[in-house]
Design a protein around this ligand. Structure first.
Ligand SMILES: [Zn+2]
Length: 218
């Protein structure tokens, strides 16, 4: 074999290796995109997001989504009560989210917007489990990326975003239910507090519930 022929074979070989590697990477990436989320782990021992011993009414209304809970305090004004983390986790979002009638972002701190949590927090508890809290009175007490312990204060109840009435909007989500993992309707599940179902399952027909907080970790 001449030097030139050997060089040609070396170049061809290199090209073949590059093609094989690219093909493998493309196949792996495509497979990755198709892969369903990992199976959901056991649900953390979620507690009412309020101070141990406080008694709250759980309610909903037609047009709310199924499983969404609105909390009202039974022992006095709802506005100004402290919101606690339902369980330990990592804050995936803490900030402002609300839209005006035309879909444009609403100014931070405004209330009675067309949509949105206003000031709120989303916590990742691991195993696909998330909790979501909205309509805080002011900027959350925790930042995106922070670790929180069970019962750690995360905000104060108010009426920012798509409401004009002081209350806490609350959701428990199982990300494994929705392949797109949107933290939207497909991920919502009936909330459990201290292992007991909330009773808020349908926005049309769930009667109000009254529950005492066992969020006594702090
Ligand atoms: Zn709500």
């Amino acid at each position: 074999m001449t030097g030139r022929a050997a060089y040609r074979w070396a170049v061809l070989g290199l090209i073949a290796v590059c093609v094989a590697v690219s093909w493998t990477v493309i196949k792996l990436r495509a497979h990755d995109a198709d892969r369903p989320p990992p199976p959901t782990g056991p649900r953390p021992a979620f507690q009412l997001p309020f101070t141990c011993g406080e008694v709250w009414t759980l309610t909903t209304y037609p047009g709310h989504d199924d499983f969404d809970i609105d909390f009202f305090f039974t022992g006095g004004p709802t506005g100004g009560r402290t919101v606690l983390a339902s369980a330990a986790g990592t804050v995936t979002w803490a900030g402002w989210s609300a839209t005006l009638g035309d879909g444009q972002p609403a100014p931070p701190g405004s209330s009675g917007t067309r949509g949105g949590l206003g000031y709120g927090v989303i916590i990742d508890h691991g195993g696909n489990w998330y909790t979501e809290y909205g309509h805080f009175a002011a900027v959350p007490k925790v930042r995106t990326g922070a670790r929180v312990t069970a019962g750690q204060p995360i905000g104060v109840v108010g009426h920012t975003g798509s409401t004009t009435v002081d209350h806490l909007h609350y959701e428990q989500l199982d990300d494994g239910r929705d392949p797109k993992r949107t933290r939207g309707n497909g991920d919502k599940v009936e909330a459990l507090f201290d292992g007991v179902p909330s009773g808020i399952t349908s926005d049309d027909s769930s009667p109000d519930q009254t529950r005492t907080s066992r969020n006594c970790a702090s």
